[in-house]
Design a binder for this molecule. Structure first.
Ligand code: ARG
Length: 398
């Protein structure tokens, strides 16, 4: 039964369109909506709107519903519309009268905001932790390749001497920074929207929203109530922006590895388990995994655009448009998590070829060093030293 059903006829095609994939995406929100509903019931009880017995029955009922969902015993169907409806209907089915009391002072509009924010907080923490593992794997690569030199490139032209360690530690450091960025991106998800109800508060009910703020580990109660719906999409955008920066670093790392593993460069050997063959050319070992990481690294960026576009120019208050933010949010985080997982698997297998890398360390890489030497040893100005070295290289036809 739809929560808003008033016994009037409905059109199935229209209903199905309005639900879209929400019933599938909401599977990720079930545990969070249950946590939030338990906190809400507790708040209702503490504010005198729910008896201790009813609160207990609700808490118990919701916990069981959460467990049975985790065990795969039920699913959200298109007829349920969303997780909020599915959970509340089940609660009434299972505990009867008390279940009908849980929706006092809230709306699905603040429920979805709350569940999504709890989801974002966890998703960013998990992603940050996994990102740090990739950073340490790169640090390990740096340590086990400590004495392998590598040309440093600008404009994809040989520039200055570098090393595998410097290359790898640069990425490790940026990934650590991305992990920090992911954690900081939780800021907007730390405000509790629950109890803002449809967007205008719980009318004359004397509810204490700080109770659910504390119970759910939010940092503050979002005030005033009208701010809550205006903020939908912003915590999402911030999370996906942080994921975009991470994905971009992984894409650039993958891009380097594609280049370094060509016959022309030959700096990196990819283990056969990470390469794929060609259906026509028997000799091929292709770096498809890194090409796909590079390609998919733009997904969070495009999802971010979608999120921003949906909310831009929308009038204030809740609109069903906002439902469409869920997919780009969840997709961006899922794809970024995949990239992190696959890079964590691949990096320990990467071997640099000392011989090829050393052969690539030609004189040109040391031109700047040579000019500095003239400054330090002969007291020349840098500009004169620069010209002198430039001439040496010109004479050599380089
Ligand atoms: N699935 C909806 C969403 O994500 C839940 C809120 C529904 N509220 C409403 N007034 N129709 O936005």
């Amino acid at each position: 039964m739809r929560l808003w059903d008033k016994g009037e006829p409905t059109d199935d095609l229209i209903l199905r369109f309005c639900v879209g994939d929400d019933y599938l995406l909401d599977a990720a929100l079930v545990p969070y909506d249950i946590r939030a509903s338990i906190a809400h019931a507790r708040m209702l009880h503490e504010c005198g709107y729910l008896t201790a017995e009813d609160e207990h029955a609700i808490r118990d009922g919701l916990s069981k519903i959460g467990e049975s969902f985790a065990n795969g015993e039920w699913q959200i169907t298109p007829a349920d519309e969303d997780c909020h409806t599915a959970i509340e209907n089940r609660l009434v089915e299972q505990i009867g009268e008390a279940g009908k009391r849980v929706h006092l002072g809230r709306s699905r509009n603040d429920q979805v905001l709350t569940a999504v924010r709890l989801w974002i907080r966890d998703a960013l923490d998990f992603l940050a932790k996994d990102t740090e593992s990739v950073a340490s794997l790169l640090d390990e690569l740096a340590s086990r390749s400590a004495d392998i030199p590598l040309p440093g490139y600008t404009h994809q032209q040989r520039a200055m001497p570098s090393s595998v360690a410097l290359w790898a530690r640069g990425f490790a450091s940026e990934l650590q920074d991305d992990a920090d960025g992911l954690r900081l991106a939780k800021r907007r998800a730390q405000k509790n929207p629950l109890g803002s109800a449809a967007g205008y508060g719980p009318a004359q009910l004397a509810l204490n929203r700080d109770i659910t703020t504390k119970e759910l580990g939010f940092e503050e109660t979002q005030m005033p109530v009208t701010a809550a719906q205006l903020s939908r999409g912003k915590a999402e955008a911030e999370a996906v922006f942080a994921a975009s920066l991470l994905a971009q670093d992984l894409g650039r790392l993958a891009s380097d590895l594609c280049l370094f593993s060509t016959a022309e460069f030959g700096f990196v050997r990819l283990p056969s388990a990470f390469t794929t063959g060609s259906s026509i050319m028997p000799q091929k070992r292709n770096p498809d995994v890194f090409e796909l990481v590079r390609a998919k690294s733009v997904v969070p960026q495009t999802d971010l655009q979608a999120i921003l576009a949906i909310t831009s120019k929308m009038t204030s208050g809740y609109h069903r448009d906002l439902q469409e933010i869920k997919r780009p949010l969840m997709n961006a985080i899922a794809v970024t998590r995949d990239l992190v997982t696959v890079m964590a698997r691949a990096i320990p297998g990467i071997e640099f070829d000392r011989t090829r890398a050393t052969e690539a360390m030609d004189d040109s890489l040391f031109a700047t060093q040579r000019a500095y030497q003239l400054v330090v040893e002969r007291g020349m100005s840098f500009r004169d030293a620069y010209r002198m070295v430039a001439e040496e290289f010109r004479d050599r036809g380089r």
